[in-house]
Write a protein that binds this ligand. Structure first.
Ligand code: BGC
Length: 808
């Protein structure tokens, strides 16, 4: 133990209390024993510090903070140095607001373009996600606050995110879903890891010793603390035993009682409790100085400027026909679209930041040296068609030399708690584009949104700039790029498929009841498209610049590649050079390409530079499920270098020494994985990949509901009132959607299991109360009602007694 003196001074009940939150954001303080309270706050791209009553869904106000570009946007920079800089600014703001731990970065893999929270995550590639996260973590922690990488792990869908079981084979789990976290933990050394809500192969992430102890602490050497996602603690005793330190938010004693009873029964030892408290104290003490003594102010102007630069270096220019962009100063432009007036710059849910200021595209364009001749709304934000708005926009377009049309994914399409249904832009926005393009074909579209889109309308515009959700200064960044003040250097961190149906997991995503089956295995994103040679709209890594680059003279070694990069255009610019590996594919199946290195290089016109990119410990390894370890297969590898996964002009062979894995796989049964044709994986193949029977995917509608079942399952509850409650929640969400807004509250409740009544009510309900509510849902209305009433009263009394015992 690192803090034996403190442990000695704490009573058993105080130790147990430290392992659950005091309220929504902080832990208990026991000053006489030298234990400070630790304050946590969202979120990945800005602080959401609530000083009044807290909530974890972004509903109540928070202190103003810089809203930096979201992870989906920042990932486009492919620039760890930039991420570290943003991290430093976030760390400064955290310390200034008295926050010990910033709940970010979010770094789940973008398994499907439909993932509703993709805007909070970096990439479909674990190497890129890992390197960027590690950099952000280093930046945050350089200021004395802790970062907390989340959501650990295999938490790639929003629907039923709190109850569903991610069924994923160990190799895919390691190579895709854990590698990013591994890099972040080893290279960023975060003090916090947040365990996710879902189960992984049957066990809740927070109760999974394989994940939290064997892999995280023993293999990766993590020495910080694990905090649950808000409400992700199922059984506190099992969580503590598995390696989790802190349940958030607090339950005002319910979990403590569970632990103390388990201790009496010998189900958990005092040693485990002491170890978990010790690990937590280590983080609380390490971060307390910065949270208490850092300057209370930060330079808002400087952070805003950094947010603008970060957004400009991250936005991706996808099309630029005939060098339409950049627009020369004085060009007569019509600025169109509701989003040009009221930008969409961040996503909904727990990451919602109250910005210190907000740039609007129309204002920024007026200040950019362009001649803005006017603005028209062009479409309604809620998706309703309007011929009048289209006509007005077309009229204005007709009078302009160039049209800048701001389109985007509406708020209610993507949100925490909600996956997307499709990848299309709303019809009314496409109609507006068509009307405008007919009036004036010189249209540049500027997109906002957290992810990929289908672009059947691409032919209607001359240029397309994807700004993602670029934070409070994203509008200024767009103006800088459109006018050429900044050269576009962002590259896609995800593939844009032609249509959703092309996605490898279009049939499996999202899991709709008990499980989320990761049937496509390793073939996620470009790993799939490149293996099967499926055409895409824009490949992974793609992005244009106002200049051009050429690659030559590749030299390849086991520990790195080098090549010459030349700026062949007339303007300075930055290129993201990417290194991909193709491994031997005889005995072991593999995707055709895997990203293993990258570097952003800025070059003057005509300048050539020798670029060296190392191949590190992640380059040649694969996870052998038979030996249960990482190995390097000996054989012939190919290393390719170029601007994106679909365009790799340089390539060389490399013979690598390693093991002979032999016949690990049965090629006949696993034929789909050898070919990469994973669109419709048969049960037999998936079962062989899992090396165990496929778990039941459906809910058992004849069984009574339990504490671990979700509110969605009220749809088939026996109690009439419960079914009515389900209808009301559905109606709330539908009504908000009609208004064009997501409803994180009803979404959260529907995804929540019944135990959430205990875990998320800040002590208002205890386990007895939740069981009584279940009684009602299961058709025992009267019995449930009276039990609930008595549970409520006794919980209030016990609550008071506990505070006295704890000396609070
Ligand atoms: C989210 C986390 C967030 C937490 C606290 C949860 O609902 O999944 O990402 O940090 O709330 O707001």
């Amino acid at each position: 133990m690192k803090h034996p003196d403190i442990l000695k001074q704490l009573t058993l009940e105080q130790k147990v209390a430290l392992l659950s939150g005091k309220d929504v954001w902080s832990t208990y303080a026991f000053p006489q024993a030298g234990v400070p309270s630790m304050v946590m706050s969202d979120g990945p791209h800005g602080l959401r510090r609530q000083l009044g009553r807290g909530d974890h869904l972004g509903q109540r106000p928070s202190q103003p903070a810089t809203c930096f570009p979201t992870a989906a946007c920042l990932a486009g920079s492919w620039d760890p140095a930039l991420l570290e800089e943003v991290g430093r600014a976030l760390g400064r703001e955290a310390a200034a607001q008295g926050v010990h731990m910033l709940l970010g970065p979010g770094m789940n893999l973008k398994r499907s373009p439909l993932g509703g929270r993709n805007f909070e995550y970096f990439s479909e590639d674990p190497y890129l996600s890992g390197k960027l996260s590690a950099a952000l973590v280093r930046g945050v922690q350089s200021q004395g606050a802790a970062a907390c990488v989340k959501h650990f792990a295999a938490n790639s869908q929003e629907l039923l995110r709190m109850t569903s079981d991610s069924v994923v084979d160990e190799r895919t789990f390691r190579e895709l879903y854990l590698t990013g976290f591994e890099i972040a933990v080893k290279e960023g050394r975060p003090l916090g890891v947040m365990s996710s809500y879902n189960r992984v192969n049957g066990a809740y992430a927070n109760e999974n010793p394989h994940l939290l102890t064997e892999i995280l602490r023993e293999e990766w050497g993590f020495t910080g603390m694990v905090v649950t996602d808000w409400g992700a603690c199922n059984r506190q005793v099992d969580g503590l035993k598995a390696g989790s330190n802190l349940e958030m938010p607090g339950t005002q004693g319910d979990s403590d009682r569970e632990v103390l009873t388990a201790l009496d029964r010998g189900e958990i030892s005092l040693d485990v409790i002491d170890r978990r408290v010790d690990e937590l104290l280590d983080v609380a003490l390490a971060t307390n100085k910065a949270a208490r003594t850092a300057p209370k102010h930060f330079d808002e102007g400087a952070h805003h400027a950094l947010a603008r630069r970060a957004a400009a270096e991250s936005a991706v220019l996808l099309k630029n026909e005939g060098g339409f962009l950049p627009l020369a100063p004085g060009t007569r432009v019509a600025v169109l679209g509701d989003l040009a007036l009221e930008p969409r710059y961040q996503g909904a849910g727990s990451s919602l930041v109250r910005p210190t200021r907000l740039d609007r595209p129309l204002d920024c364009l007026k200040e950019s040296g362009l001649d803005v001749i006017g603005h028209a709304k062009a479409y309604r934000r809620n998706g309703q068609p309007s011929e009048r708005l289209e006509r007005e926009a077309a009229e204005l377009a007709r009078r302009a030399e160039a049209v800048l049309l701001f389109l985007g994914i509406p708020e209610c399409f993507e949100s925490e708690g909600l996956d997307r249904d499709h990848l299309a832009l709303p019809d009314n926005q496409v109609r507006a584009l068509e009307a405008v393009a007919q009036a004036n074909p010189n249209v540049a579209v500027v997109l906002a949104g957290g992810g990929a889109l289908e672009l059947p309308w691409l032919g209607r515009c001359k240029a397309l700039l994807h700004g993602y959700l670029g934070g409070q200064a994203g509008a200024g960044a767009a103006a800088d790029l459109l006018t050429g003040k900044v050269d576009p250097s962002g590259r896609l961190a995800e593939t844009f498929p032609l249509v959703l149906a092309d996605a490898p997991n279009a049939r499996y995503f999202p899991g709709r009841e008990r499980t989320a089956e990761y049937r496509e295995g390793l073939f996620v994103g470009y790993r799939y498209y490149q293996t099967v040679g499926k055409p895409v709209a824009f490949p992974f890594g793609f992005g244009l610049s106002y200049t051009t680059f050429a690659y030559s003279d590749l030299s390849v070694r086991r520990d790195g590649v080098s090549f010459t990069l030349t700026n062949t255009g007339a303007r300075p610019g930055a290129e993201v050079a990417q290194v991909y590996l193709t491994g031997p594919r005889d005995g072991v199946f593999r995707p055709a390409l895997e990203l293993k290195g990258f570097q952003k290089v800025t070059l003057q016109p005509g300048e050539s530079r020798r670029v060296a990119i190392p191949l590190d410990e992640y380059a040649f390894r694969w996870f052998n499920p038979k030996t249960n370890q990482w190995e390097v297969e000996g054989g012939a590898y190919r290393i390719s270098v170029g601007p994106n996964a679909g365009d790799l002009p340089l390539s060389a062979a490399l013979e690598v020494e390693g093991t002979d894995p032999g016949a690990v796989y049965d090629k006949k049964t696993l034929a789909c994985y050898f070919s990469g044709q994973v669109e419709d994986v048969p049960d037999g193949a998936f079962q062989a990949l899992l090396d165990r029977p496929i778990p039941e995917a459906k809910w058992d509608r004849s069984a009574p509901l339990t504490l671990e079942d979700s509110f969605y399952q009220l749809s088939y509850a026996r109690g009439r009132a419960a079914r009515l409650a389900n209808w009301v929640l559905g109606r709330m969400a539908r009504r908000k959607a009609r208004l064009g807004e997501p409803d994180p509250v009803s979404l959260f409740i529907r995804n929540m299991p019944f135990r959430g009544l205990v875990k998320l009510s800040n002590g208002l309900a205890d386990t007895k109360f939740a069981l009584a509510a279940l009684d009602m849902a299961n058709g025992h209305g009267f019995r449930g009602f009276f039990r609930a009433l008595s549970a409520f009263v006794s919980a209030r009394l016990e609550h008071r007694r506990r505070r006295k015992r704890l000396g609070l």
